[in-house]
Write a protein that binds this ligand. Structure first.
Ligand code: HEM
Length: 241
């Protein structure tokens, strides 16, 4: 099915370059899903918010879809591991809500993903949301071995997912900074893999790979800074973990 591009990952609502693409033939699908096939990108369609501090003055979309009503934002799925250490949810922080905990943000996000990406007709129940969030916040991924240092979990070393899972959350634990803390170095050192081609498509095909949280904070730190509310993040995030 992968060869025919009929797998459920290939859908017009998010996997294609444009929701209007012609997917009647294999060649059509190869072209329609080229961003997913070659870069592992999913199209996130979002209109310009009412309070945006910018305006759209022109559109040059090679896929002939984007407009002020719905921009086409091509994004890699973020990893759904080490989520315990998040202080914002989504690349642009849009699932981060003032005065709410990360637990709430992730519950809300899970429902959005289910009704959006998966096109479920009905919202998740509270119990289903709870199970998803408990599952995803219980996943930890960490490097176990380094060619030079050898095992990172023996002889007093504190690497590996088990050690990571017992780290306490504090605001900024996942964010690159000039002076990296021991913990953020620990987490960051697990986050290396090829950013191109099928490696990333494979990440999409398994829903979410483990490796992109840190990259998110690294690539757009100033934007994330601007969308964070100082009050909600400091008072509620730290209380939540
Ligand atoms: C119930 C199912 C799903 C859950 C619980 C889920 C969970 C998540 C979470 C927690 C994030 C944000 C992580 C972070 O901010 O660090 C995320 C982002 C993302 N997910 Fe999913 N996901 C689901 C299904 C999917 C599917 C099926 C796709 C692709 C077809 C997908 C594509 C993406 C993309 C592209 C992002 C980044 C979007 C953005 O930042 O604008 N997700 N997902």
């Amino acid at each position: 099915m992968l060869f025919l591009l009929l797998d459920p990952i290939f859908r017009l609502n998010d996997g294609s370059n444009s929701p209007d693409a012609d997917v009647a033939t294999v060649d059509g699908r190869r072209s329609a899903y080229s961003m997913l096939l070659t870069k592992g990108l999913i199209r996130v369609g979002i209109g310009i918010p009412d309070n945006a501090e910018f305006e759209l003055i022109g559109v040059d979309d090679p896929y002939h879809f984007a407009s002020a009503g719905e921009l086409s934002l091509f994004r890699r799925p973020l990893p759904s591991t080490n989520l315990k250490f998040l202080s914002t949810v989504m690349w642009d922080g849009r699932e981060t809500f003032a005065e709410k905990t990360i637990h709430f943000d992730l519950s809300h996000q899970a429902n959005g993903a289910t009704q959006g990406h998966a096109q479920a007709p009905n919202p998740l129940t509270d119990a289903q949301q709870e199970r998803i969030v408990n599952f995803e916040t219980g996943l930890f991924t960490a490097q176990l071995y380094d060619h030079k240092a050898k095992s990172l979990i023996g002889g007093g070393a504190n690497g590996g997912p088990e050690s990571l899972s017992s780290q306490h959350f504090y605001l900024g634990i996942m964010i690159f900074s000039g002076i990296a803390s021991h913990t953020s170095l620990l987490i960051r050192s697990f986050l290396t893999f090829s950013t191109d081609g099928w490696d990333c498509a494979a990440v999409v095909l398994t829903m979410h790979g483990p490796l992109w949280h840190e990259a998110k904070n690294y690539s757009i730190p100033s934007y994330l800074e601007s969308v964070r509310s100082p009050v909600s993040t400091t008072s509620h995030r730290s209380a939540a973990h």
